[in-house]
Every structure is written in C-alpha cells, then in structure tokens.
Design a binder for this molecule. Structure first.
Ligand code: ZN
Length: 305
C-alpha cells in the first residue's frame, strides 16, 4: 500500500506542473470557443488556485513553508491593488487614446502583427515579445536600487506559496506590465492574443510560486518553474539575481542569467532590508526609502493593516 502511494506521489510530482497547465489551456480554449473567454479564465484560475492549495497541503515541497506567515491579507491586498492599478491604467490609456490600444479594442486592424498566423503561433510570438519587456523590467528592478525598493515587497516573503504570487507593489506591477502591453498594442496584437497572454501569465505565475513537491526535468529549460523561481528568491544575490523570466526562460538564456544548481534551493528566503509588517507601511516604504527615510523596523510594527 505504502509503495503504491509512493509511486502515485512520484507520478503526480512529474505530471502536476505540465498537466495543470495543459488543463488550464484546454479550459481557456473552451471559454474562447463559447465566446466567453473572460469567464473561462476566471473559472480556470479559481480551479487552479484550489488545486494548488490542496496539493500544497498533501505534498508540500518545503514543510516549513506550510504554516501561516501572517501576510495572507497583505498578499491579497497587494494583488488587488496592483491588478486594479494595471487595469485602470489600460482603461485610461484607451479612453484618452494615449496608446493605440483603442484601435485594437475597437477591432480596427493596423500594425505589423501577423494576423494570418494560427492563434497558437500568434500567442507564442506575443509571449516572446512580452517576455522581453518583462525580463528587462524585472532585471532592472534587481539591479537598480530605486526600482528594487518597489520590487522588494515581492521578495520580502519568508515562504513561497500559490497565494503570494501576485504580491507586487502597484508601482512595480505598472512598470513591469505596461511597456509590454503598449509594445504589443503598437504592433497591432488582437485582443484575443492579449487575453491569451494575460491568462497564460496568470496560470504560470501561480504555478511558479506554488509550494508543491514537483519534478520538472527539461521543462525548467523552457519555462519559469518553481525550482528556478526558488533560486530567484534566494537571499544570496549570486543566486537571486538570476531567472528573471516571468513565464519563459528564453531571454535568460540569451542574456546569460538562467540558473539552476544541482542541489535543493534554500528554504530560508527573503531580503536584507527589514520590511514593515503593516500593509500601508509596505505600500509607503519604497517612497520613504527614496527620500532616505523609513527603515521599516518590523519590531515596532503591529501585524495589522
Ligand atoms: Zn524578482
């Protein structure tokens, strides 16, 4: 019985990451087929979240990451704030015609986008383009101190799990997402391609952060898997300033930052700075640091909003 269960867990550990992503792609495609891509995305995203939370309880990668870290409400708050900021910026830019997004959203055709290609090829091309901007936005956030203060919110966690994959300061989220979206709109990417890209980014982002015992093999050469992202969260900047791709590792290979060691990534993750424990303290911290204040002494902070 025990060996059978062990074999089953081993099978799940190999199949979970590609299997869950494949199911997400199929159900998203179903949403498009039913002309309800947004509903398809939200249902898929909710189901993926539930599946990963169950797997995290059943077969966690780091058992010491399982207990609550007191940041659940903050993680959700940052996710909500950054998502709202990005979506608000996109709506605003379309309304005032700042970007060419209005033409795309209204269905007009322009730009050099290869609209005659099959959708899977358009999405793959769009993903490579988007990942280029995401790569450099992420890398700059690690290598430019002023941007690091905003990105440090994401790295200040002491554990990785599905829920804190969207924990980004809203300024960090805006500077990461908007350049790629604007570039895709200028190129003339259709709305369906943008929807596919945002859905894939959301699925892979959550899969990348999950604390589930999984195996990846050659997948880590192509995708940003949890084993690669755990190195990215290392306190050691020789390991942490690597693996900048959000979904693909393409540009990490090109620019020499792909990293995966033949050993277990560190469980003790975090940052050198002391991040405030209060939500609004975290939101204000990068602005205060830029003015040379706000050391964020967590010993004086209450574990409240
Ligand atoms: Zn980072």
């Amino acid at each position: 019985m025990v060996p059978l269960m062990g074999m089953f867990r081993a099978l799940v550990s190999w199949l979970a990451w590609p299997g869950l992503l494949a199911v997400c792609v199929v159900t998203t495609e179903k949403g498009f087929a039913l002309k309800q891509p947004q509903i398809g995305f939200y249902l898929t995203y909710a189901a993926l979240t539930a599946a990963l939370l169950l797997l995290e309880r059943w077969m966690p990668h780091e058992v010491e990451w399982s207990p609550p870290d007191g940041q659940l409400a903050h993680d959700l708050g940052h996710t909500l704030l950054s998502t709202t900021a990005v979506q608000g910026a996109l709506v605003f830019s379309s309304m005032v015609g700042v970007s060419l997004g209005f033409a795309t959203l209204s269905g007009a055709q322009y730009g050099i986008w290869p609209r005659t290609w099959p959708m899977w090829l358009q999405v793959s091309f769009g993903l490579a383009v988007l990942e280029f901007t995401l790569y450099w936005a992420h890398r700059l956030a690690h290598e430019w101190q002023r941007l690091w203060y905003f990105h440090a919110i994401h790295h200040s966690v002491s554990k990785l799990w599905a829920i804190n994959n969207g924990r980004f300061h809203f300024v960090d989220a805006l500077k990461s997402v908007l350049p790629g979206i604007v570039l895709l709109l200028v190129l003339g990417a259709p709305m369906d391609v943008l929807t596919w890209l945002s859905a894939l980014g959301a699925y892979i982002g959550m899969l990348t952060h999950c604390n589930v015992r999984m195996r990846f093999g050659p997948l880590s050469a192509v995708f940003n898997t949890p084993e690669l992202h755990r190195w990215h969260h290392s306190r050691d900047t020789r390991e942490g300033n690597k693996n900048y791709g959000e979904s693909l590792m393409l540009w990490d290979w090109v620019f020499g930052t792909w990293f995966n060691a033949h050993q277990r990534p560190p469980a003790d993750i975090g940052i050198a700075e002391v991040m405030p424990l209060r939500f609004w303290g975290q939101v204000m911290w990068p602005f205060q640091r830029r003015r040379g204040r706000g050391d964020g002494d967590s010993s004086k902070e209450a574990l409240l909003f």
